[in-house]
Structure formats: C-alpha cells, structure tokens
Design a protein around this ligand. Structure first.
Ligand code: NAG
Ligand code: NAG
Ligand code: NAG
Ligand code: NAG
Ligand code: NAG
Ligand code: NAG
Ligand code: NAG
Length: 437
C-alpha cells in the first residue's frame, strides 16, 4: 500500500512538471530544425539556437551524448526570463540535481541562493564543474521537413549555467554545449515534451566548413534537395544503454546518456576481421561496446581492433596497387593518391563494413568517410588508435558520420542510419534553409 501511494505521488509530480515546465503554445509544430556547421579549426560541430529575453543567438558545440544544454552565464548573460531552479523542486529531480547551494556574490544568472546544481561537462577537455540549474526561453524553428518554418518558443527550457573557463578547448565564438543525450533533460526529450511529438531526432553533419548540415527534432520527412526524403530509406538497428555513466563527472547509478550500438563484426572489403568479440559488448562495469560521438573528430578503436583493421586495410590497398606512404599526424596509415580513382562516394579505396545485428544489417563506410585528404598526394585512413584499455572499444567519430543521416528513436531504442548520402546524389548540406513562405 505504501509503495502504491508513493507511485501515485511520483506520478502526480511528473504531471505537474509537464504542465509547469512547458506551457503549450497555440501553434504546435510536428518537428523542429537547427543548422549545424563544422568548425575548421577544431573539427567540432556547432549549432545555433536562440535563448534569453531579449533573444540572443548562441553558438553551441553539439555533443550527441551530452546530458543537457549548458551555457556560459558569467560572460554577459542578461535575460528577463531567467529563473534559477529552487532547491528540491521538481525541476531539480528531473535533472538528477540532488545538491542545494548558495552563492556568495551579487545575484545574477548562475549565482543565486537556494538553487540546485548539476555538473556541466566539457567532453573535449574532459572537465566538469558545478553549475546552477535554471530555466529560460529557448527559440527554434519549426519545419515541415523541407524548409524551416516559423519560430517556436519553449518558455521554460531547463539548462545549466557554467563558468567561462569551461569553454576552454571549444570552437571560437561558442558559448556552451548542446547536449543531445538520452536523459529527461537532453534537447530531444525537452523539445519533444514541449510540443508533444515523438522522442525522435536526426543528425546529418555536413563535411563542409562553409555550408550547414542539419539536426531535426521530431519525426520525418527529412527532405534534402533535390527532394529526397531520407527518412524513407533507413536501415535500423538497436540502441543499447550503457548502465554506467561515461561523463566526466556523474552520480552513483547514473546510466550513460550516450548512444551505443551493437557492432558484431567488422569487415574490410567484405572480409571479416578476427577480433576479440568480448570487446564489442558492454560489460557490467560499462566498459567496451560501440558508441557514436560528435565530439571525437575521427573514429577511435581499441588497439587490437585498430591493428586488425589497419593490417587488413593495408593488404587490401596493396592488392589494388595503392601504396603506403609516410604517416601524417594524427594518422598512422596513409597512402599515395596514385592509383586511387575518384568516385561519387569518395576515393575508390577498400570499404569498411560495420556488421550490426546480422550479416544483412551493415553500416558501410566508403572512401568519403574513411579517407582524409591531407595534401594533393596523400590520403590517410581517418581512424585513430585508442590504446589498449579505453572505456569504449569503438567510438564512431564525426568524420565517419558526415553525409550520413542518423535518426535516434529514444522511445523504442532504435537507430535508423542511411550510410553515405553521396551515393543517393544528395548531401547533408542540401537541406533547403530558405524559410518557407
Ligand atoms: C546568499 O545568502 C547569503 C547569506 O544570507 C548572502 O550573504 C549572499 O549575498 C546571498 N547570495 C545571493 C546571490 O543572493
Ligand atoms: C517568442 O519569444 C519571443 C522573445 O521573447 C517573442 O518576441 C515572441 O513573440 C514569442 N513568440 C511566441 C509565438 O510566443
Ligand atoms: C561486398 O558484398 C556486397 C553484398 O554482399 C556486394 O554488393 C559488394 O560488391 C561486395 N564488395 C566487395 C568489395 O567485394
Ligand atoms: C578479450 O578482451 C577482454 C576484455 O578486454 C579481455 O579480458 C580478454 O583477456 C581478451 N581476450 C584475449 C584473448 O585477448
Ligand atoms: C598492379 O601493378 C602490377 C604491376 O604494375 C600490375 O601487373 C597489376 O595488374 C596491377 N594490379 C591492379 C589491381 O591494378
Ligand atoms: C536481420 O535483422 C533484421 C532487423 O533486425 C531482420 O529484419 C532481418 O530479418 C534479419 N536478417 C537475417 C538474415 O536474419
Ligand atoms: C528552397 O525553398 C524555397 C522556399 O520553399 C523555394 O522557393 C526554393 O525553390 C527552394 N530551393 C530549391 C533549390 O528548390
């Protein structure tokens, strides 16, 4: 009986939060869209979102596995709609913020008494610190899947303040991190709750540093010029939850907010590598497995997997008369461009296949996503050796995601993936950002 009463209580608290946090606007979009641009200096992917009253456009590094949005509040954060989260309020529990704190200074965004705090995290420098939990207005564009439409507001979007030093290592002009992770307070969950659409989102990163890729929140269509709806042709695989947090700082028992998939084997030119398969699953300490990351610029492999892959790759390349040349940091395995033809899907080189739940579900990596052109004469395999005891055995990095569309369905734990769009005569830079009439 007692536990039943507690359940009822928890249930009513959540109803209260939903109503309280997200006042329903009169126009209810089916999906939202934001641009994302690769930063040339850091290879980070930077999105733009409006926040505060009056509105300010913030540049934010996209962290697919980041737990929430955090913003530097120390440097000129002025907003009439900023509200700190009061200690022990429902907002604090939503964000798993147990602590309760005071701030010895002049009251301002990021410094208030009787507020709860979280640990904003910089995944590039692996630094975490304390930050005040707060709400403020966030504005993004709605979309019909083809163009951006009218802007919509989330009046009480939950995020964390952070001190300016946490921006170290992030692209210039950036004021925080847009966390797309699998939590109740990640961007996908909050935006879906605000407008009552499915907890689905899709990322499509452009390889260009001068044209925008796109992130959609909500379901498809996801249309790219010339009129290709990529949501219609995705392969699907299961998303796994790592039971142990992979963040720089976390609370006991907190699962990872990152997105893991089940790679069962890896092939080079259709030939399976011989791998220690226990590295490919997540153990009870949260080690091993395969995750997808937008903050690692290139795929990182545990040493034995790296060695198996590069050895096979060098042999397959040699069989095509593609000769190895001196390494160019940070890459070990580089080739002469001589004897390498160009194709629509990048340089014609051996393919890499990530085999998922069975032999017919394969994420194919062609030259466009495996080879980095470091100069006119040299191409390097864009994969990094992660050492012998990394936390996660396979980290699929940004370069390997470019011009691939990935749809994450949080409710069903399903990933939809396209493999390269170049073979379908479009790219992630082909979303039509012209506002619809
Ligand atoms: C918090 O309370 C303390 C003690 O009352 C006070 O000295 C301090 O100025 C307050 N800080 C803020 C940000 O209001
Ligand atoms: C959204 O917020 C902005 C900034 O406060 C305001 O100007 C605009 O009218 C709001 N739009 C809607 C639809 O409420
Ligand atoms: C790999 O296998 C697929 C289908 O099984 C086939 O279409 C493709 O041509 C093969 N690639 C190579 C390099 O053998
Ligand atoms: C395979 O990997 C697991 C996990 O790292 C390790 O404990 C085991 O010793 C490895 N097996 C071999 C044969 O290397
Ligand atoms: C590689 O080069 C050798 C010697 O020049 C030639 O005989 C062979 O046909 C070439 N192989 C391919 C796959 O181009
Ligand atoms: C592979 O998995 C997919 C999706 O889980 C399933 O639809 C398909 O039947 C499987 N194919 C084989 C050959 O087992
Ligand atoms: C992009 O969208 C705008 C607005 O709908 C439309 O007028 C324009 O023709 C589109 N561009 C292309 C290249 O189709």
């Amino acid at each position: 009986m007692a536990s039943c009463a507690i359940h009822l209580l928890i249930f009513s608290v959540f109803i209260y939060i939903t109503n309280f946090t997200y006042a329903q606007p009169s126009f209810r979009p089916d999906a939202l869209v934001v641009p994302v641009r690769k930063d040339a200096a850091t290879n980070q992917y930077v999105t733009r979102i409006n926040q505060r009253t009056p509105l300010v456009t913030e540049n934010l590094v996209v962290d697919l596995g980041g737990r929430f949005l955090w913003v530097d509040c120390d440097n000129n954060y002025v907003s009439s709609t900023y509200q700190p989260a009061r200690c022990r309020s429902a907002l604090c529990s939503l964000a798993r913020a147990d602590g309760c704190g005071d701030c010895f200074g002049t009251p301002r965004p990021g410094c208030n008494n009787n507020t709860c705090g979280v640990s904003p995290d910089n995944p590039i420098t692996r630094t975490a610190t304390g930050g005040e939990l707060a709400t403020d207005l966030v504005q993004v564009r709605s979309t019909d899947g083809s163009n951006p439409g009218r802007p919509v507001n989330v009046s009480r979007y939950l995020f964390s303040c952070a001190p300016t030093f946490l921006l170290q290592g992030l692209a210039s002009g950036v004021s925080g991190i847009a966390g797309l992770g699998r939590t109740r307070v990640g961007l996908p969950a909050q935006l879906a709750a605000a407008f009552s659409f499915d907890r689905k989102f899709a990322i499509c990163l452009s390889s260009s540093t001068s044209s925008d890729g796109v992130i959609f929140f909500g379901d498809g269509p996801y249309r790219f010029l010339p009129g290709i709806d990529v949501s219609q042709s995705l392969q699907t695989t299961r998303l796994f939850i790592n039971p142990v947090s992979t963040a720089s700082s976390s609370t006991q028992g907190e699962p990872s907010a990152e997105y893991f998939i089940g790679v069962s084997s890896i092939r080079v030119n259709n030939k399976s590598l011989s791998l220690n398969t226990s590295l490919l699953s997540i153990d009870s300490q949260g080690n091993g497995g395969t995750k997808i990351s937008t903050v690692n610029p290139y795929t990182v492999l545990e040493t034995s997997i790296y060695t198996a892959l590069t050895t096979a790759y060098i042999n397959e390349a040699a069989a095509r008369n593609i000769s190895r040349v001196t390494s160019v940091a940070p890459f070990d395995v580089c080739f002469s461009t001589e004897n390498v033809l160009s194709t629509r899907v990048g340089p014609s080189v051996p393919s890499i296949e990530l085999v998922l739940q069975n032999e017919s579900v394969v994420w194919m990596i062609t030259g466009s996503n495996s080879m980095v052109q470091v100069n006119d004469n040299v191409l390097c395999l864009g994969i990094i050796n992660g050492g012998s005891n990394p936390r996660t055995s396979v980290v699929i990095g940004g370069y390997q995601l470019e011009n691939n569309l990935l749809q994450f369905d949080i409710a069903t734990s399903t990933l939809g993936f396209s493999s390269t769009l170049l073979g379908r005569q479009t790219t992630c830079a082909n979303f039509n950002f012209t506002l619809s009439a």
